[in-house]
Write a protein that binds this ligand. Sequence first.
Ligand SMILES: *[C@@H]1O[C@H](CO)[C@@H](O)[C@H](O)[C@H]1NC(C)=O
Ligand SMILES: *[C@@H]1O[C@H](CO)[C@@H](O)[C@H](O)[C@H]1NC(C)=O
Ligand SMILES: *[C@@H]1O[C@H](CO)[C@@H](O)[C@H](O)[C@H]1NC(C)=O
Ligand SMILES: *[C@@H]1O[C@H](CO)[C@@H](O)[C@H](O)[C@H]1NC(C)=O
Ligand SMILES: *[C@@H]1O[C@H](CO)[C@@H](O)[C@H](O)[C@H]1NC(C)=O
Ligand SMILES: *[C@@H]1O[C@H](CO)[C@@H](O)[C@H](O)[C@H]1NC(C)=O
Ligand SMILES: *[C@@H]1O[C@H](CO)[C@@H](O)[C@H](O)[C@H]1NC(C)=O
Ligand SMILES: *[C@@H]1O[C@H](CO)[C@@H](O)[C@H](O)[C@H]1NC(C)=O
Length: 562
Amino acid sequence: MKESGIGTDPIGQNLIKSIGNVCFSAFVFSVLIFTVIAITYQPPDPWLQSAPALTRLFTETRNATFHSDNSVLNTGEDLPLPTEMFSSAASPLASEMPVTETSIEIVERRIGNSTGKDGVGCDEMADGQVNCSDPRVLVAVEKFNLHSFKAIVFFEYQAPIAGSRPDECDVAWRFRNKKEKSWRKYRDFRRFRFSVNDDCVYEVLHSDGWHSGINARRPRSRPSSPKGSGPKFIPFVRDEEINDTIPSLGSMSNFRKGRYLYYSRGGDYCKGMNHYMWSFLCGLGEAMYLNRTFVMDLSMCLAATYNPSNRDEEGKDFRYYFDFEHLKEVVSLVEEGEFHRDWKRWDKTHKRKVPVRKVVTHRVTPMQLKKDKSTIIWRQFDAPEPENYWYRVCEGQAAKYIQRPWHALWKSKRLMNIVSEISGKMDWDFDAVHVVRGEKAQNKQLWPNLDADTSPDALLSKLKGMIIPSRNLYVATNEPFYNYFDKLRSLYKVHLLEDYKESWGNTSEWYNETMALNKGWPVEFDGYMKVIVDTEVLYRAKTRVETFNNLTKDCKDGIGTC
Ligand SMILES: *[C@@H]1O[C@H](CO)[C@@H](O)[C@H](O)[C@H]1NC(C)=O
Ligand SMILES: *[C@@H]1O[C@H](CO)[C@@H](O)[C@H](O)[C@H]1NC(C)=O
Ligand SMILES: *[C@@H]1O[C@H](CO)[C@@H](O)[C@H](O)[C@H]1NC(C)=O
Ligand SMILES: *[C@@H]1O[C@H](CO)[C@@H](O)[C@H](O)[C@H]1NC(C)=O
Ligand SMILES: *[C@@H]1O[C@H](CO)[C@@H](O)[C@H](O)[C@H]1NC(C)=O
Ligand SMILES: *[C@@H]1O[C@H](CO)[C@@H](O)[C@H](O)[C@H]1NC(C)=O
Ligand SMILES: *[C@@H]1O[C@H](CO)[C@@H](O)[C@H](O)[C@H]1NC(C)=O
Ligand SMILES: *[C@@H]1O[C@H](CO)[C@@H](O)[C@H](O)[C@H]1NC(C)=O
């Protein structure tokens, strides 16, 4: 039973599996009746938009429990969240000011805008020389950016630095796409060429692309260097804002004072990512409900469908996919290894062992554990599938009390840097189409038209009516064949994730940084990372065409579900 019933198994399952699947669906359905009835209030949740949607999700697609859409992945930063989430202690949002028309005007007024006022001449421009330290240069860049990149909010410009020619300056800043709901910021640095008019007003003549201002790429941690020293060339710049080190518990007495909720590994291990999130957030939700620290295993198992090797792969670090830094800021957790070490050490050095309450079935509800004073509540999941899924804890009555903390789960900043790079290289001026193919296109029973509606010819004729010719068109897809979209190239500038391989190749920042998480071994850019990047690039498009609704009349979750 271990392998059956879950995930997106390749075609050609054996009979036993199919039977298992059918039984399992029937079972899930019965469980769901309870869940659906029990749900009264839920915070924004990518799956639980409505109870009927949930029922459909689990029942209509019989071959997999978590058949929601595995070609996109929604996490906390994609959801509209109540504003109070943003003003939580972890968010520095309130303290930072974006650069706006108004803020630029204030600066302009302060520095004066003409020659006479402050005695700074503009004669130097006569020989095509720009003084990059002149504050008006920065003003010109800020205005240019605001005007050119309407999808972006700009923060914290650094002082411009001379480019490679006398009329150029390199400028770095931080930004956020307006479509991103998190408060994270990203870095860009570009090269600008200037002209100056008779009134001594600087104007940007030309700007180079994403990360072109290499003289300004110097990380901001170093305070502005004394003038004249010149920028030093640093071959690799890490994203210094990422600090996802594993926190330690500190002293032994700290350990004993804590209250922990520990879930041992269950049947969720090696299942699909949607299943993982659904289960993990259930555990976290219970810990929050019980006011306990969640004991977290950062080592994940990636299901075969996401692996080029087509085998389940263990030992994947949570931090490859998700933002552990944000997670540890907003919920109380401890890493499993640290926890075990301290627990053992305590039991060895003290007569009285740490009080542990073992819970062997998910039928013991969170509400029943609320009064328990044991230092550790240890939920064990040793029953046969599907009794051993973490998310079972949150079913039934518990669904009324436990809220999954979706706001705590963001995508990895390292992957988001790749998203910024891809959309930045298109100057945030692109449209996108989401083309779902893969298993769904092959399953004619549940999706009778999908394959035909996403054929190259159909795509071309449908997109014609929705996207203006010669635009940048990003194709987010699970279609593995790169040349599948070649027909679209006659009309659009087509961009596929594969075109940006160097963003995770062996000379990339991402490669370097993930290697550091993996004891110095290179990390493979797997199918799940692709899904994450595809999803977020898709969400940054100006016009977005979805497979279901826009390209085909088939329903997202199979025939008769819409
Ligand atoms: C389940 O999948 C198998 C093969 O993948 C297919 O033959 C069968 O029709 C599917 N069943 C349903 C209900 O979709
Ligand atoms: C210079 O600043 C004054 C106000 O201080 C403003 O009226 C004028 O339009 C500005 N000139 C230019 C060229 O921006
Ligand atoms: C450049 O401009 C700054 C600020 O206006 C000024 O202090 C500096 O002397 C100028 N440098 C040159 C070479 O003109
Ligand atoms: C990273 O964060 C931890 C706290 O979680 C802190 O102790 C540590 O000093 C930080 N490291 C850096 C390099 O900022
Ligand atoms: C949660 O636990 C912390 C310490 O473990 C305690 O200070 C706090 O009052 C508790 N909050 C609630 C609502 O029980
Ligand atoms: C990077 O990859 C390329 C091609 O895969 C290979 O030729 C090169 O040696 C690699 N460089 C390093 C530093 O690993
Ligand atoms: C990144 O990779 C380069 C070359 O492969 C190496 O010189 C550098 O030390 C690496 N940096 C980190 C932080 O691993
Ligand atoms: C896609 O379909 C949705 C829903 O029918 C519609 O609101 C949206 O405008 C369509 N998108 C395009 C690009 O036509």
